[in-house]
Design a protein around this ligand. Sequence first.
Ligand SMILES: [Mg+2]
Length: 259
Amino acid sequence: MSKLYLVDIEGTIVKDKSFVPIEGATDWIKSFGSSPHQFALVSNNTTHRPEDLLSELKSLGFEIQKENLITCMSTTLNWIKKKGIKSCFVIGSAQLKEYLNESGIKTPSDDRVEAVLVGLDSSLDYQKLKVAVNALVKNDASLLALHSNRLYKDEKGELSPSVGAVVKALEYSCQKRAKVFGKPNLEIFREALKRFKAKSEDCIMISDDPLSDLVGAKRLGMKSVFVTSGKYKDENILKSLNKRFQPDWIYKSVKEIRI
Ligand SMILES: [Mg+2]
């Protein structure tokens, strides 16, 4: 029976933001070529356009094609297009703006927009928050978030506030709920199921984050694998997790998973 493996990137096949491949991960991905199973890398990356992320991973030796990569950026763009939204105020990277512009979505720097889109923005300032608040309250723009993670480690390994911190601030100020696309929200998993015409019960999600990624997968009835190669070095973190969200299998790294 053919399975669909959904595989997280940072902490699972590469070492966090430094993007050094985890030992054995490139060969493990390669082994899908001679197996009846399919795979998709599922990422909450908000700073690389999907095509740039794809070339970066290829340059590291990962044998992947366009269809093997699903990011919250592509999931969000698909939704924006489906809803006919033409303009967004972006709190996020230059690459995110560029990605939207390429699809004809305008990204002005004032509040006259249909949506406010939040990704990771390392140059966030008070002025941007002010424009966003005005767009949300005065112009009743929709609040969209690429994901709502709390923390991440940056390229230097320093702990930093993630997208969710900014989303919560805007939700609080404007009394609006954001529509969130990345893991653990179901939107990005649904995109994977749709793309591969797969059923949840035939999917296995593999990630270093049992609290976020694996909980989302479990909610949809997928199997889950926790790898201790990233964020968490042991199983202690699982103590805080409800029984129904416990992973089905635990491995040190992907290379131990036989496909
Ligand atoms: Mg991860």
